[in-house]
Design a protein around this ligand. Sequence first.
Ligand code: NAD
Ligand code: UD1
Length: 340
Amino acid sequence: MKQSILVTGGAGYIGSHTTLALLEAGHDVIVLDNLANSSQESLRRVERICGKTATFIEGDIRDRELLDSIFARHSIQAVLHFAGLKAVGESVQQPLAYYENNVSGSIVLFQAMAAANVFNLVFSSSATVYGEPKEMPISESCPTGTPTNPYGRSKLMVEEILRDLAISESRWSIALLRYFNPVGAHVSGLIGEDPNGIPNNLVPYISQVAVGKLQQLSVYGNDYPTIDGTGVRDYIHVIDLANGHLKALNVIIESTGINTWNLGTGQGYSVLQMISAFEQAANVEVPYAVVARRSGDIAECWADPKKAIQELGWKTQHNLEDMMRDTWRWQQKNPNGFGK
Ligand code: NAD
Ligand code: UD1
């Protein structure tokens, strides 16, 4: 049997870009997604871009029988685990749904992997596990903090479960990838981020204002101790992020144990800098108003990406202009996303 990579949540934003990168690199890809926050159209677009097809299985990571049948039918070498719920505000309203999906679902997946003797895993974690960072830039040796919401806590819990798992069984080879702020889209404008309803995150919100779907951006506070008072984040192009997964995959397949890598650029930008970069790249005005801080937000956060650069041989290749130009192209070509 040909070796395959199982991608949970592969129809979603980061999963679809990573599926594309895996197919382009010659891997056989099986996507498992329940389409809770995505559409199969993303995978049809992936096929249009690269001329290769991922096997799609509509289903849930909490379905142990389904997982067992997937592992029995395919010779899976590694799992890239993107599946999960990710809306911070919703996680406050529905903590059990978040813990069930993100934590219980992950446990079912890891049990099925162990039963099938598949021990290579890349897990989508988040910079949110650092909580209120004690130092800047944030390196992997910074202690994890207290995430301010159930979504963030679910990521930290799964990281800790995986640490215990790696201690219990030496065949596990696990990458915990802590993403900073993924933005942008494939250069074709065929795949990109397609949030449900009103976006929570900055860049999708800006682009929906720019395209005329939303009236104006609310800037959450301009009294932070930052360059211009607005929040500073490390935005990373989704294509660079996808490539980081391929690099991590190469490393874990050749080793064992558990490792954490930050995937960020090492450069922070403020909300006002983001607005002005978008306006330049898109040549449109983005009206905004400064409002109160959003609860749970931190002032600033950017990565020290040295460890990933050295150990994964990975480097970001897209700058802020690329991120904004590609976001805008995707938004203009698909004002209603995938129409899901
Ligand atoms: P996304 O919502 O676009 O993708 C997640 C995919 O998982 C969706 O296609 C959804 O349908 C699927 N899914 C959800 N629950 C499932 C289940 N129980 N079984 C099967 N499929 C399920 O989100 P994304 O932005 O691509 O994020 C991917 C991963 O990266 C998530 O785990 C997210 O928490 C993590 N992450 C995202 C960001 C970000 O800003 N986008 C930042 C840090 C970490
Ligand atoms: C948020 C989540 C984080 C999650 C990440 C990726 C919170 C508190 N944190 O991170 O857990 O991992 O998304 O999904 O929700 N901003 C505005 N106006 C807006 C939207 C955002 O001013 O309409 C500002 C924010 O205050 C922040 C910056 O833009 O300073 C980035 O916000 P966002 O894109 O939501 O990302 P994070 O807050 O970093």
